[in-house]
Design a protein around this ligand. Structure first.
Ligand code: ATR
Length: 283
């Protein structure tokens, strides 16, 4: 697409940044909506995220996504951090405001809930307990989203129990219960949602070893791993009649708020966009 002198520009800062799917998925929306704009990868070396961010306003750039290893460092470098990002402990989206100041947010919690809304219509956070496996950055976003959305209880299990305890201490919410990783299969009784935020099931990693027998059939299973798209966990869940939500959906939906802020159009996640992102083999 031809860019005019008024083209809006945004991008993603990371190191390395070549693996990021964001240019592809934002590029798809830019073409779909015929927007005079560009979304580009910014290779930003560790320790240089602050000057990189300060340069955005000077260049007239609208904002940026932030990925590894900068998600924490960026919190100290922006002028305002929205409460959800502070709770999660990471910023993934920066918007340059009219006055040049930088606003940081985290769109992972939004993306997680929006993916469930689109791919598992009728699922409600307040309808039953959720089980969350893992205690990394993704788990923080998922737990915060579920608590905000009114989950009556969230059972958090992680191989390294101390990390789950630290996450629970940060969230400081009585509905969050830390359980024993070894007892993960038995924790599924009565749950309305199971979320895998660990790397288990990802290509090159062992599968997640869990027995789904106790999981109610009405429960939704959400795996945030997206390579492969159909993880062994999702396949097993679907085979016994549970609805499944894959990790690509969260990736696409978490991009929506940034796109709207930078380019002025609220985008929709579609099957065609999913196919386009999947056809981009860069792993
Ligand atoms: P992210 O920020 O993307 O969520 P992370 O911080 O690297 O990633 O977290 C990876 C998660 O996968 C952690 O919960 C990790 O468990 P530990 O905290 O015990 O390391 C989990 N994980 C990775 N490999 C695992 C394995 N073989 N068995 C169980 N959990 C595993």
């Amino acid at each position: 697409m031809r860019l005019s002198g008024k083209a809006r520009v945004a991008g993603v800062m990371g190191w390395p940044v070549g693996h990021s799917r964001s240019p592809r998925l934002h590029g798809y929306w830019l073409r779909e909506y015929g927007i005079d704009g560009a979304y580009v990868p910014f290779p930003v070396a560790p320790g240089t995220v602050e000057p990189a961010l300060r340069g955005l306003a000077a260049l007239g750039i609208r904002g940026t996504n932030v990925t590894l290893p900068h998600k924490q460092a960026v919190m100290a470098a922006v002028d305002e951090v929205e409460p959800m990002a502070r709770r999660i402990g990471a910023v993934n989206t920066v918007v340059v405001r009219e006055d040049g100041s930088l606003h940081g947010s985290n769109t992972d919690a939004f993306g997680f809930l929006a993916a469930l809304e689109q791919d598992a219509p009728g699922w409600r956070a307040d309808a039953g307990p959720a089980v969350v496996l893992g205690a990394g950055g993704a788990a923080r976003a998922v737990v915060a989203a579920l608590l905000d959305a009114g989950a009556p209880a969230v059972r958090l299990l992680n191989r390294t129990g101390d990390r789950a305890m630290a996450l629970a201490a940060d969230m400081d919410d009585a509905r969050l219960e830390v359980g024993d990783w070894a007892a993960r299969s038995a924790t599924l009784g009565g749950a309305g949602l199971l979320v895998n935020t660990t790397s288990l099931g990802m290509d090159g990693q062992p599968p997640l070893d869990i027995a789904l027998d106790d999981l109610p059939r009405e429960a939704v299973v959400n795996d945030i791993v997206y390579v492969p798209l159909e993880t062994p966990l999702l396949a097993a869940a679907r085979a016994r009649g549970n609805r499944g939500v894959d990790g690509l959906s969260m990736l696409l939906h978490q991009a929506r708020p940034g796109f709207e802020a930078w380019f002025g159009t609220a985008p929709t996640v579609t099957e065609a966009q999913r196919a386009d992102v999947l056809s981009d083999k860069r792993d």
